[in-house]
Design a protein. Structure first.
Length: 77
């Protein structure tokens, strides 16, 4: 191949390669943003589950106390 042919090939493919590279960089950026968002949602979901678990524990503790009081009352009769 002559220098002219090589130069023509390089000049013809350079814009395509640059476009592909820009596309890859943009996709990588978007994937990183999506990963960060998923991480935030996961932490938020974990916090909600922890809050719900605490609520259930307190409610079950209250029910347990009510049942204990009723059983004591029945036993005293």
């Amino acid at each position: 191949m002559s220098e002219t042919q090589i130069l023509t090939i390089v000049l013809a493919t350079a814009p395509t390669m640059i476009t592909v590279l820009i596309g890859i960089l943009i996709n990588n950026s978007r994937l990183n943003d999506m990963n960060a968002r998923i991480g935030e949602l996961q932490s938020h979901l974990d916090q909600r589950f922890d809050d719900m678990r605490d609520t259930w524990r307190s409610e079950l503790h209250r029910v347990e106390e009510v049942l204990d009081a009723r059983l004591k009352h029945l036993e005293e009769r």
